[in-house]
Write a protein that binds this ligand. Structure first.
Ligand SMILES: C[S@@+](CC[C@H](N)C(=O)[O-])C[C@H]1O[C@@H](n2cnc3c(N)ncnc32)[C@H](O)[C@@H]1O
Length: 347
């Protein structure tokens, strides 16, 4: 079984000037230089072998004298001599350690390594045998690695969310294009999926839709692509309002079909647009605001209009459904993973 290394990141602990009984660990060596082709410098490691009684004191002393972090691990890890001792448990805290421990200090600069060791030697009153290693990691073209990680997300049959960096996977499907890395999510969250599936199945064509808590505006854009006549997207974040406008243009939504509005989180009155002005309201926010906004949603919805509420856990769905049950009919709950959408039609 692997022995777990422990990362220490506490700085500036005081230590007593006691010898730590370090076992000899080779001679002082020059640092090991790795080839830099295809790799980039990461950090320096100072590797010291210590025995059971000395490893704690040594690691604390290294932390006191400049190590950014220190790990302890079984020196015989991966060999027949490996001891099954797990760090961090009660026994560990009571002093149970490996017989031979490898203490590794991490540093950003070479000079800090030697200064730290000199200070440890002074404090501990003995010479340490140590090794400094310069650690390199593979160089990555991070921009491309990240871009490659953006892939289309299938929401349902013939409905995809597609990053603008890739081609839509199905020519005849509805593709909702989102810029990769944009704030407010990539649209793949289960609640967004639940809302999009509901909109796809309930929009008949020609509806006035409100996407309350629009984020990227994906639900409003989706509704328009499914055939709605016009959409109002609201959010309490200015960035979301702007992003919704950008995403609308990116998806070829005609100017004037989607209105992106900033609303206050404290206003629970009417949605800008008027009384009984929406055929469909979709809100993917949290349970608290869904309950607070009940009057606002119901007043803004036409009689016979549809309401879809998500952003809630499956365990919260009954409470939301109950809160709206007097004013809605045909109330349904759909779930995906641990998330839910509550839908209904205004009586
Ligand atoms: C979970 S995101 C949903 C984004 C998008 N509609 C979707 O389905 O992917 C919730 C959004 O609602 C906004 N929001 C939270 N509380 C709100 C409130 N009381 N009124 C309007 N927007 C709110 C947040 O700023 C956020 O952009």
């Amino acid at each position: 079984m692997a022995s777990l290394a422990r990362i220490r990141s506490v700085v500036g602990r005081s230590v007593s000037r006691v010898g730590c009984g370090l076992t000899q660990f080779g001679r002082r060596e020059a640092s090991t230089r790795a080839t830099s082709s295809g790799k980039e410098f990461s950090h320096y490691e100072v590797r010291v072998r210590a025995d059971k009684g000395g490893c704690e004191t040594l690691s604390e002393t290294m932390m006191c004298f400049g190590a950014q972090s220190v790990t302890l691990s079984d020196l015989h890890r991966g060999t027949e001599r490996e001891e099954e001792i797990f760090s961090g448990n009660e026994k560990w805290n009571q002093g149970e350690k490996w017989k031979d421990t490898l203490v590794v200090g991490y540093f950003a600069e070479r000079e800090a390594c030697t200064t730290c060791i000199a200070s440890c030697e002074e404090v501990l009153g003995e010479m340490l045998e140590y090794k400094v290693e310069e650690v390199f990691v593979e160089t990555h073209d991070w921009e491309n690695v990240v871009l490659e990680s953006y892939q289309p997300i299938q929401i349902s049959d013939a409905l995809w969310i597609v990053p603008t960096t890739v081609e839509p996977p199905e020519k005849d499907a509805v593709s909702l294009m989102l810029s990769p890395g944009i704030a407010f999510g990539n649209g793949g969250h289960p609640t967004t999926k639940l809302c999009l599936r509901w909109l796809q199945s309930s929009i008949r064509g020609g509806e006035e839709v409100c996407d309350y808590g629009a984020g990227t505006g994906i639900l409003a854009i989706g509704a328009l692509k499914f055939g709605a006549k016009a959409a109002v997207a609201t959010d309490i974040e200015e960035t979301a309002v702007r992003i919704t406008e950008v995403n609308a243009r990116q998806n070829g939504i005609r100017e004037g079909d989607l209105e992106s509005l900033l609303v206050s989180s404290t206003i629970t009155g009417r949605i800008p647009g008027g009384v009984e002005s929406f055929d469909t309201i979709v809100a993917n926010i949290l349970m608290g605001p869904l309950l607070e906004l009940k009057e606002c949603f119901l007043e803004s919805l036409k009689s016979g209009g549809k309401l879809g509420m998500s952003g809630i856990l499956a365990t919260q769905a009954d409470e939301v459904a109950r809160a709206y049950s007097d004013e809605l009919e045909d109330v349904k709950i759909e779930t995906l993973d641990e998330w839910a959408i509550v839908t209904g039609t205004k009586k």
